[in-house]
Design a protein around this ligand. Structure first.
Ligand SMILES: Cc1cc2nc3c(=O)[nH]c(=O)nc-3n(C[C@H](O)[C@H](O)[C@H](O)COP(=O)(O)OP(=O)(O)OC[C@H]3O[C@@H](n4cnc5c(N)ncnc54)[C@H](O)[C@@H]3O)c2cc1C
Length: 418
């Protein structure tokens, strides 16, 4: 009986139909969706303790939004909200909060980017408002911006409580009978004599019929066993929490999340949730590292950029820095997801996903997609754009293009030439 489960794992069992490597945001969702259908035939394996802070998924909040500049994401954005709601309904725990969301910039600095977001919303029939500086300050008096600041406001955006979502996924999965084995790094993946997949860990060997790999920054260490290499760059990112004295003005029911597109960087801000601090980070601004070489040392330069930006946009947001949390992005050269199988190498029973440093909002849906690929052999969702057989993944000379803003501007400029 689910209610009597007192451990994370059914001790002694070594074969499961489905094994998931990695219990971060995406892996924990995959364990949940698999367990919903395959019950106790699921094992999730995590190299660290559950809820650890070494990967990409453990913080109070992550932005969720309908808007993207690329229809690969806008096509599935509504479904991502639906899957989160399904988990909320089942657990009785709220995971998604709508705060509304802004794309902001200074007129003349990122016009193409702003227009591309507007176009993507128009194309998908997503309702939004254009705000000049006056309209922005009227709607959100917390802002004190210069005349040339322009914004697009979309009311459905908000945040997902990331750490809570991970534990909710795993607890519900355990309730269905799934086993979760923590502190057990997967060392190697092999094919045994009977054709099953054999997963060697520091805590023993387990076999399965389908393997799902959601290993974040360690993706190539795991996929290397089956001869697959995905060109990823891992960077050490950070978000800064500030102790604003004006707490009441920056809670998620009063202040929207925003993306701010500046000349050199994109910034993202999430209103107060999970603690009493306002939160902001520079997107994709950190140094390259690996899952094993990263440190937890804070970069004061990016901290200052964040403080300065908020000082110029909403000075009351700023307070003493409470802490800055480091975290990993694992990015493909074009910064788009990869969701695919290791079919070319003879391992079509191994499915994997790379979230490219912006996947938490989709974590629940990505888990569902991989559960369908594992159980049914295919998914109902349109993931054609996330194939590993696209140029950015297959061409070793494909240049890294991590900054959304730059990418969007170049696409728009190319379109304008046609
Ligand atoms: C600072 C920051 C801000 C972000 N903001 C947003 C945002 O606002 N919105 C958004 O949508 N996304 C955001 N992201 C991106 C998003 O959080 C990530 O894309 C997502 O969480 C990645 O999830 P994951 O499961 O792939 O990786 P991880 O959470 O890193 O999980 C991978 C797991 O696999 C385990 N593992 C690896 N190798 C092995 C092995 N050999 N054996 C066993 N276990 C193994 C790891 O220990 C880890 O737990 C942000 C990321 C960062 C760092």
């Amino acid at each position: 009986m689910a209610a009597s489960r007192r451990t994370w794992c059914d001790e002694g069992r070594t074969h499961f139909e489905y094994i998931v490597v990695g219990c971060g945001g995406i892996g924990s969702a995959a364990v949940y969706w698999l367990a919903k259908r395959a019950k106790a035939d699921v094992l999730g394996i995590e190299q660290f303790e559950l809820g650890h802070h070494n990967g990409g998924s453990q913080d109070h909040s992550r932005i969720i939004r309908l808007t993207y500049h690329d229809d690969r994401y806008t096509k599935i954005a509504r479904e991502t909200f639906q899957t989160w709601h399904e988990v909320e309904k089942e657990s009785g725990v709220q995971l998604v909060y709508k705060s509304g969301g802004l794309n902001m910039s200074r007129r003349g600095e990122a016009d193409l980017i702003m227009e591309n977001y507007a176009k993507a919303m128009d194309d998908q029939n997503i309702k939004y408002e254009r705000l000049d500086s006056e309209a922005l300050m009227k709607k959100f008096p917390q802002f004190e911006v210069d005349k040339d600041v322009i914004s697009l406001y979309q009311p459905d955006a908000g945040l997902v409580d990331a750490a809570l979502a991970n534990s909710v996924h795993l607890q519900l999965a355990r309730g269905y009978g799934a086993s979760i084995l923590a502190n057990a790094p997967v060392i190697r993946v092999l094919r045994n004599d009977t054709g099953q997949i054999s997963v060697q860990t520091t805590k023993g060997t387990f076999t399965c019929r389908r393997l799902v790999v959601a290993a974040g920054a360690w993706i190539n260490q795991v996929l290397g066993s089956v001869g697959v290499h995905i060109p990823v760059t891992v960077t050490q990112e950070q978000v800064t929490y500030m102790g604003t004295p004006y707490i009441k003005e920056f809670t998620k029911d009063k202040f929207p999340m925003f993306l701010y597109h500046a000349k050199e960087h994109d910034y993202y801000q999430i209103p107060i949730h999970g603690n009493s601090c306002s939160k902001i980070g520079v997107d994709a601004g950190g140094p390259p590292v690996t899952g094993n070489t990263r440190n937890f040392v804070v970069d004061p330069v990016r901290e200052k950029l964040c403080v300065d930006l908020m000082q110029s946009l909403a000075p009351k947001f700023v307070g003493p820095i409470m802490y800055t949390k480091t975290c990993l992005y694992t990015m493909t050269p074009d910064r788009h997801f990869v969701i695919d199988k290791c079919d070319k190498e003879g391992w079509s029973d191994v499915i994997f996903c790379c979230g490219a440093g912006h996947a938490f909002k989709f974590a629940c849906l990505l888990g569902k997609i991989m559960s369908e690929m594992a159980i049914d052999g295919e998914t109902q969702y349109d993931i054609a754009g996330f194939t590993r057989y696209r140029e950015a993944i297959t061409d070793p000379n494909y240049p890294n293009d991590f900054q959304w803003g730059k990418q969007i501007a170049e696409q728009a400029a190319a379109r304008a030439k046609l």
